[in-house]
Design a protein around this ligand. Structure first.
Ligand code: SF4
Length: 201
């Protein structure tokens, strides 16, 4: 695992407004404060799901767009609404201690929303996702995140069957688009919340 203080310092130096929290509850409270009454798009994320942010935002009356909460045939309509919301909320598959975010998407809706659309981006990640460099971050995604996601979604992929990535050509391959965010780009308010807990995968 990488060092959370180094990661925070380097992310901040690269333009990501970075804070360290002791617990997911504290990170949730800070996210809700930043979001206010604005609309929210959510990317696929066990971290965000486990934090109960979707439910709290609905209770507060925020407009929330999350493809996990609609029928499969409605997902394509939700992606652009989520990506252009006031705030986009997601996690990151891995955080590089050198100050970057590494993500692999199947469709690209989450990764594109992280750098194209929102006025505000909030990324919440547990310290279990921090790795010293790109190679170790990529290995973390392939060895940990992908097999667990494949199992969760019951995908017919080698990583589901064996726990090992073989760079498959399966019809259900979930590794389609890999993005390394080294700077926030045109997103002016890009926040990264690092939490001293193990969150998601
Ligand atoms: S490339 Fe295929 S086997 Fe490798 S992690 Fe992605 S879906 Fe799994």
């Amino acid at each position: 695992m990488g060092n959370i203080e180094n990661a925070a310092q380097n992310l901040e130096a690269h333009g990501f407004k970075t804070q360290i929290f002791e617990t997911a509850e504290e990170a949730k409270a800070a996210a809700l404060k930043l979001i206010g009454k604005g609309s929210v798009g959510i990317g696929g994320s066990i971290t965000i799901s486990d934090m109960g942010l979707y439910e709290t935002l609905l209770e507060q009356g925020n407009a929330v767009y999350w493809h996990w909460k609609v029928a499969p045939e409605e997902r394509a309509d939700v992606f652009p609404l989520a990506g252009s919301a006031d705030t986009y909320l997601c996690s990151s598959n891995a955080i590089l201690e050198s100050g970057a975010l590494l993500n692999i998407d199947g469709n690209g809706n989450r990764v594109s929303a992280m750098y194209i659309g929102p006025r505000q981006l909030i990324v919440v990640a547990g310290e279990n996702k921090i790795r010293p460099d790109y190679e170790q971050a990529l290995a973390r995604i392939k060895k940990t995140a992908c097999p667990l996601n494949a199992r969760r979604l019951n995908l017919q992929t080698p990583c589901n069957a064996t726990g090992v990535c073989n760079d498959c050509n399966s019809p259900q391959r979930m590794c389609g688009i890999t993005v390394l965010l080294e700077r926030p780009g045109i997103v002016k308010n890009a926040h990264v919340f690092l939490v001293r807990q193990s969150l998601g995968y």
